[in-house]
Design a protein around this ligand. Structure first.
Ligand code: SF4
Length: 60
């Protein structure tokens, strides 16, 4: 499974980092990225479902 954030879509709201800090982090540019091991975090799907702009992509 591969998890990534579409940078051009992300609005930097911080929801994913709050819900799933093991998988997402807001960078200096204000956008979220999927961090090392993100695909292993059980909260990834919840974070993806909660992203207001569907910027979190999960590929099986
Ligand atoms: S929840 Fe979505 S829009 Fe908000 S910071 Fe995360 S990826 Fe970006």
């Amino acid at each position: 499974m591969k998890v990534f954030v579409e940078k051009e879509t992300c609005i930097g709201c911080g929801v994913c980092e709050n819900l799933c800090p093991d998988a997402f982090a807001i960078q200096d540019d204000g956008k979220a990225v999927a961090i090392e091991g993100a695909s292993e975090a059980p909260c990834v799907q919840d974070a993806a479902d909660s992203c207001p702009v569907q910027a979190i992509i999960i590929e099986e």
